[in-house]
Design a protein around this ligand. Structure first.
Ligand SMILES: [Zn+2]
Length: 501
């Protein structure tokens, strides 16, 4: 029965069932070091170069908690309106998997550091939906298995597997919602909006780089259906590691349609993990879902309990940055946006980016124009979210400044942005490497102007005779001769001056 399941028409699903969601988001913290040792926490290093006896789980190695990770967990909890535990412990979650060298994961079980919060998320039409947060707890990431030789990168069909333990022990916060009910047809949208809001929040807190494409933000989506009018939840499936916002929405929708088809044809849902396939938009069966008993949790004997003082928690709550929803309200007022304009910017994932670009010194109009026009277009072409483009608000602000200083034309500025997106370095480095400095040296420009006038004597005569609109043709050839690196306004002035106008 786990063969390719039929799916039910979405409207019919909603006629018969109410969906229940549960979202688990793992976020990798961007602390300098790992959770329990001093190894560097950096993405993309050579495999197995950031490891030590602690994160490799060698006998006798003793862990110590990273205080910055605890601080980040508390700040996340406070921003999610959670209570902060006065005392909590780590626990061992026992399981064997080759990417977990200790044979257990140090996590938290029944004593999470923060619990009982909520996050209000804004849906596409501007309505707010409250998602209750069950808990957020600290744990460590596993290593990474690379399955070689198979077609899909999955273990199935692979010839052999390689293990990289650089990620083993990287600090993770897992944020778990309470069951989300009452979303009805909007369940897939609520799921996407929640992960989006959480991502924006985590970015504002500056605790993670929240890159879904690099796995620093990962979402597991639990979905179950209950027949209309029922009060007991159905059996759920957990679609693992969905790695884009759009996929979160698609995966939830697909699972709702698949569950409905199975249930109405008399079958039953197997509690299991599922994989989402980006290319087909469908899910496939993973492994049977373990229950907590299978993990034989027990308190971690090698770590002392965590007891954050109330003074410290109070201090951290005083230093929370402006949160995304507050920033939205302020942006709307400061930039004079209509409700609709604000919503469009939020939906495009552009608002925070624009705000950060403004903070880095750009004028709001310039910042907005870059993100909603050229960069949105680039994100589309490259098939990534706007926020996942390889350019930072600070870099965009630098490009805006270069244009403002007359060092770049708009056309060149776009090419500089392309260079940054292609990994050629900072804007100034791209300008230098591509030889993009605007020709602002008047003597050099004058030479180009004189040559252009000499090459078009009839046009030059017309301008001398008072037909100043003919100057356009000369400006055009100067721009061509300087490969677009001249300031067109200045060229025009020089052309007119040369012709006595
Ligand atoms: Zn280590």
């Amino acid at each position: 029965m786990t063969a390719v399941a039929e799916i039910m028409d979405y409207d019919e699903v909603l006629d018969r069932f109410d969906p229940v969601l549960g979202l688990e988001v793992h976020v990798e913290l961007s602390t300098k070091t790992k959770m329990f040792c001093g190894c560097a926490n950096e993405f993309g290093a050579e495999p197995n170069t950031q490891v030590c006896p602690v994160c490799l789980g060698l006998p006798g190695a003793l862990p110590a908690v990273n205080g910055k990770a605890v601080e980040a967990a508390i700040r996340i909890g406070l921003a999610l309106n959670c209570q902060v535990a006065e005392w909590c412990r780590f626990a061992r979650k026992n399981y064997f998997y080759p990417d977990q060298p200790k044979n257990f994961q140090t996590s938290q079980y029944d004593e999470p550091i923060v619990f009982d919060g909520h996050l209000d998320v804004v849906l596409d039409d501007g309505e707010t939906f409250r998602v209750d947060i069950e808990r957020a707890h600290m744990e460590e990431d596993t290593g990474k298995s690379l399955h070689m030789g198979g077609a899909t990168g999955r273990i199935h069909g692979a010839d052999y597997s390689l293990l990289d333990y650089n990620r083993a022990g990287v600090p993770l916060i897992e944020i778990v919602t309470k069951p989300i009910t009452g979303a009805g047809e909007r369940a897939p949208e609520v799921a996407r909006a929640y992960v989006t809001a959480l991502r924006d929040l985590l970015r504002a807190l500056n605790v993670s780089d929240v890159r879904m494409d690099q796995g620093s933000l990962r979402c597991d989506a639990n979905v179950s259906l209950m027949p209309k009018g029922a009060s007991e939840f159905g059996t759920r499936t957990e679609t693992k590691n969905v790695n884009s916002l759009r996929s979160v929405e698609r995966a939830v929708r697909y699972e709702m349609q698949r569950h409905a088809a199975v249930l109405t044809s008399g079958g039953s849902i197997v509690q299991e993990t599922r994989h989402f396939d980006e290319s087909t938009g469908s899910t496939s069966s993973g492994r049977p879902k373990e229950t907590s008993e299978d993990y034989r949790y027990f308190p971690e004997p090698d770590l002392v309990p965590i007891a954050p003082s109330r003074e410290w928690v109070e201090e951290l709550s005083q230093t929370l940055p402006e949160l995304p929803w507050e920033r939205r309200r302020r942006a709307k007022e400061d930039w004079g946006l209509s409700d609709e304009e604000l919503r469009d910017l939020v939906n495009a994932g552009a608002l925070e980016l624009i705000a950060e670009t403004v903070e880095a010194g750009a004028a709001p109009g310039d910042a907005r124009s870059w993100w909603v026009a050229y960069l949105s277009q680039q994100a589309n072409t490259r098939g990534v979210e706007l926020a996942d483009l390889a350019i930072t608000p600070k870099q965009v602000a630098r490009v805006v400044a270069l244009v403002g200083e007359g060092k770049l034309t708009n056309k060149l500025a776009r090419q500089v942005v392309d260079g940054v997106l292609d990994g050629e370095g900072e804007p100034d480095e791209v300008v230098a490497a591509r030889g993009f400095e605007v020709v602002s040296d008047d003597s050099e420009l004058q030479k180009a102007v004189d040559e252009a006038l000499a090459a078009q004597p009839d046009v030059a005569d017309k301008i001398r005779g008072g037909k100043v609109q003919a100057a356009g043709a000369v400006v055009g050839s100067v721009m061509k001769a300087t490969k677009g690196q001249a300031d067109a306004k200045r060229v025009r002035e020089l052309v007119l001056k040369a012709c006595g106008q």
